[in-house]
Design a protein around this ligand. Structure first.
Ligand code: MG
Length: 184
């Protein structure tokens, strides 16, 4: 089983650091739970470039980015029992060195670190399972026979599960689901 694990929003809660930087720059306090829209930043009257710029700053301050779960390295190690685990991310390439440092710091094991352009490019890589927080993955994985485990975040809470789309609240649920799938 080839498993693609997303970085931002699945392993690293980089949006928490994004909000911290936003507060430091603007004085505007936004709670993480308020991020109920993937494109929430449009409501702040900023463009995508600014949004990504702050995300890059967050990654330059990688030590401040919290993992989504305690013992995250252990949880990924458990997934590796079931198959190949690659970190597949579509983040700006210049933050790659910070991402690798972050992964090592949190002792997260993986087979490969794979950089892609976007969701569509992730799908073209042909993994069996995608663990991702982006709602855009639902559409691009439609009729591919691939499984999407959508990692629950405030910005994807209203998603409808489908035959190949399942919501998970944590990586333990991913492990249980995939272990069962594998035994079929
Ligand atoms: Mg993500």
């Amino acid at each position: 089983m080839r498993i693609a694990v997303d970085l931002d929003g699945v392993l690293a809660n980089s949006m928490k650091t994004w909000l911290k930087i936003w507060y430091q720059r603007t004085g505007q306090l936004i709670e993480f739970e308020e991020l109920t829209d993937w494109f929430f930043w449009r409501k702040l009257n900023i463009d995508e470039e600014t949004f990504i710029g702050i995300l890059n700053t967050a990654w330059a301050r990688w030590i401040e980015i919290p993992p989504t779960e305690d013992n995250i390295g252990e949880k990924v190690r458990r997934l590796k029992i079931l198959g190949n685990v690659d970190i597949v991310t579509a983040r700006p390439r210049n933050t790659e060195k910070y991402a690798i440092r972050w992964l090592n710091y949190h002792r997260i094991p993986f087979d490969k670190y794979v950089w892609t352009q976007n969701s569509m490019a992730k799908v073209r890589l042909g993994y069996d399972v995608y663990i991702d927080d982006s709602p855009s993955m639902i559409e691009v994985l439609e009729n591919t026979g691939k499984v999407l485990l959508l990692y629950a975040q405030p910005w994807n809470r209203n998603i409808q599960e489908k035959e190949n789309v399942k919501m998970i609240n944590n990586l333990d649920e991913a492990y249980s689901f995939l272990r069962e799938k594998k035994s079929f």
